[in-house]
Design a protein. Structure first.
Length: 165
C-alpha cells in the first residue's frame, strides 16, 4: 500500500465543501472516515489573486491505487463538487485537491511529486508538518517538521479554525 498526502482547499462555501470533500475522499478510497489522518483546518488569504479566504488542510491516506489513478480520482472529485473544467490557476475554488506526495516518488508526470507548493506555501507545509512531522522530503534533506520550523512565517498568514466535521 502507498502512503499519500493530499492538500484540500476551498474558498467557495468553505465549510460545506471541506466536509463534502472529506466524505468524497473516504468514499473514493473505500475507507471509513476515521481512517483518514487529518491536519488541523487552516484559514489563509487567497494567494495569487484577490478573492475570499481559503480553508486548507492536508489528509494522509494509505491506498492501493497508482499515482495515475489517484490523480484522476482527485480531479473527478473536484469536478463532482462544482469545479469548473476551465478554471484558471489563480481563481476561487469550490474544492481543490492536490496530490502532494506518493510514497517517496519523485516524478513530473502525470503530476508533479513532490508537489512544489510544499516548500513554498504555508497553507501546505504547516498542515503537512502536522500529519507527517518526521517524514523526510524525498528531495530535500529535511523532515516536514524542520522545514516548517525554518519557514518564513511572516510571508503568509495562517490561522487554525475550528474543525467543521
Amino acid at each position: 500500500m502507498a502512503q499519500i498526502y493530499i492538500s484540500l482547499g476551498s474558498n467557495v462555501e468553505r465549510e460545506h465543501n471541506v466536509k463534502q470533500g472529506l466524505i468524497s475522499l473516504a468514499k473514493a478510497f473505500e475507507l471509513p472516515f476515521a481512517q483518514l489522518t487529518l491536519s488541523s483546518l487552516f484559514e489563509c488569504e487567497a494567494i495569487g489573486f484577490n478573492g475570499p479566504a481559503f480553508y486548507n488542510m492536508v489528509i494522509a491516506i494509505k491506498c492501493r491505487q497508482s499515482v495515475e489513478q489517484v490523480a484522476s480520482m482527485l480531479r473527478e472529485i473536484e469536478f463532482s463538487h462544482g469545479r469548473d473544467h476551465k478554471a484558471k490557476k489563480f481563481s476561487p475554488r469550490t474544492l481543490d485537491l492536490d496530490l502532494l506526495l506518493y510514497d517517496n516518488l519523485v516524478i513530473e508526470q502525470p503530476v508533479q511529486i513532490p508537489r512544489d507548493e510544499i516548500t513554498k506555501n504555508a497553507f501546505v507545509l504547516w498542515p503537512l508538518s502536522q500529519v507527517a512531522p518526521e517524514l523526510a522530503h524525498p528531495v530535500l534533506p529535511q523532515n516536514y517538521r524542520d522545514l516548517w520550523q525554518s519557514y518564513n512565517k511572516t510571508s503568509q498568514q495562517l490561522s487554525i479554525v475550528a474543525n467543521c466535521w
